[in-house]
Design a protein around this ligand. Structure first.
Ligand code: ATP
Ligand code: MG
Length: 459
């Protein structure tokens, strides 16, 4: 139920609005002064505020400003007896969601409230998406059976009991972010998980993204903004591609890690960091330290616990289980019913180098599933996969009739291929010996040779 706070000193108006809005199905709180309004705002965190401009203690514009300082996204509908353009502009510029004149027209008010509630809910949904509710991740979602992966699971278990900083290293697509999410889920599932890609934001913005800023600290800073470290509360801040952080910002991050406190940009108040920091990189930070591209002191601070994810080509035992796992997931997403990949394809997968690791495997499977005709994915479903080490058996598979480029064979076609294959591989044998291999009588063999137009050249 949407919650609405009405701030108006005219008791007859606030009571009428309360009655009307409650009947409309809203949860209503009222206040008759600016101070009372602000207190009730903090206590009740309403979705929408209806605010009178003229109040006995503080004027409405200031209340609007204070409300927005508390919550930048608050939806405030201003009401006033004045019809002047200036206050309308001032209110909208100050971040009001809408502006309504007295006497209040209920239709107009309904429209404004509905619009505000909808916007509020949409923003909440988007925020939720950005913060990716961690409930979606379970440890079971990490496929891995080798020694290295088992060690990683153990480390996840250990770090989940504390808030130590974790550094995750691994080639691109090895599952760094997945592991960060699983750590988060196991530590503080109900707190926010916030990911920041350090390479995707320009330096000055990154600073205010991380630490937040005070109102007026730079042009465009119209209100106080909380940074990710603050927003993450007791959750997790995931710093992706940490190697891309500028040396200047590295120094600031180091200070935060040392003191677990920071100041907002342009501010003096010290803000405590309660969140756990997980950093990830696909570059070798140690080498970067040697080349003076990454601060060594920061490297040691981040590296308190480190997780090194092996590339997929070094844990080929996971390829099969990953294919099964990913196919189940993709089938569900695409409403398909592919049951597996052909033996030939699995051979190619087992030999392939996987420079893009699991992400590459996932992308290949998604594309294959989109075009696949059959229930089993075959070689031709993966046109972009370059087979670096074509295996001899691949052709044999085909010759055996088990597999051909995408098209399924008829029994006759399989039989013909099989006979030709046996003849080719056993060129020294006579007809009787070939019949023994095929397990058929000589007249049957003759009929089949004729049927498929095969000439038996020996004898
Ligand atoms: N062990 C695993 N089991 C199941 N799925 C995995 C595993 N590792 C990675 N994935 C999946 O592979 C994809 C890529 O993983 P992720 O985004 O975590 O990799 P990354 O290392 O952060 O990659 P990049 O360096 O490119 O950012 C994701 O869809 C993830 O769910
Ligand atoms: Mg990543």
């Amino acid at each position: 139920m949407p919650k609405i706070l009405v701030i108006d000193d005219d008791v007859s108006i606030s009571e009428t609005l309360e009655l009307y809005l409650t009947e409309e199905g809203h949860d209503v709180v009222t206040a008759n002064t600016g101070t009372d309004g602000l207190n009730k705002f903090v206590k009740n965190s309403p979705d929408v505020v209806i605010l009178d401009i003229r109040l006995p203690d503080i004027d409405g514009f200031t209340v609007l400003e204070d409300l927005r300082e508390e919550d930048e996204n608050v939806k405030v509908i201003m009401i006033t007896a004045h019809h002047d353009m200036d206050s309308t502009i001032r209110a909208m510029k100050g971040g009001a969601f809408d502006y309504i004149h007295k006497p209040i027209n209920v239709d107009e008010l309904d429209i404004a409230i509905n619009k505000a509630v909808k916007t509020f809910e949409m923003e909440k949904k988007i925020d939720g998406l950005l913060m990716e509710p961690s409930r979606q991740f379970k440890v079971g979602d990490i496929i891995g059976s080798g020694k290295d992966m088992r060690e990683i699971f153990k480390t996840i278990g250990v770090v989940s009991q504390s808030r130590t900083t974790v550094l995750i290293e691994g080639e691109s697509g090895t599952g760094k972010e997945l592991i960060a999410k699983v750590i988060h889920h196991n530590t503080a599932p109900d707190e926010p998980y916030i990911a920041i890609n350090c390479s995707a934001i320009v330096e000055t913005l990154l600073e205010s993204e991380l630490f937040g800023h005070e109102k007026g600290s730079f042009t465009g800073a119209i209100s106080r903004k909380q940074g990710k470290f603050e927003l993450a509360r007791y959750g997790t801040v995931f710093l992706d591609e940490i190697s891309e952080m500028s040396l200047n910002l590295q120094a600031k991050l180091l200070r935060v890690l040392q003191e677990m406190e920071f100041e907002r940009v342009g501010g003096k108040d010290r803000v405590r960091v309660n969140a756990r920091i997980v950093a990830a990189t696909n570059k070798d930070l140690k080498t970067m330290v040697k080349e003076n591209k990454f601060r060594d002191d920061l490297y040691y601070r981040l590296n308190i616990v480190s997780i090194l994810i092996p590339p997929l080509r070094e844990r080929r035992e996971d390829i099969g289980p990953l294919v099964d796992y990913l196919l189940t997931k993709i089938n569900k997403d695409l409403h398909k019913r592919v049951i597996g990949v052909s033996n030939e394809m699995m051979d190619v997968f087992m030999k392939y180098n996987w420079p893009g690791n699991i992400r590459e495997l996932e992308n290949l499977l998604v594309r294959a599933l989109v075009v696949a005709k059959g229930q089993v994915l075959v070689r031709s479903d993966f046109p972009e996969l370059i087979d670096e080490h074509p295996k001899k058996e691949n052709q044999e598979d085909k010759a055996n009739g088990m597999e051909t480029s995408g098209k399924l064979l008829t029994l006759d076609e399989v039989e013909e291929r099989y006979i030709r294959d046996i003849l080719k591989k056993n060129s020294a044998l006579n007809k009787g010996e070939v019949c023994d291999i095929l397990g058929i009588s000589r007249p049957t063999f003759e009929r089949k040779l004729e049927k498929y137009g095969i000439t038996f050249e020996r004898e």
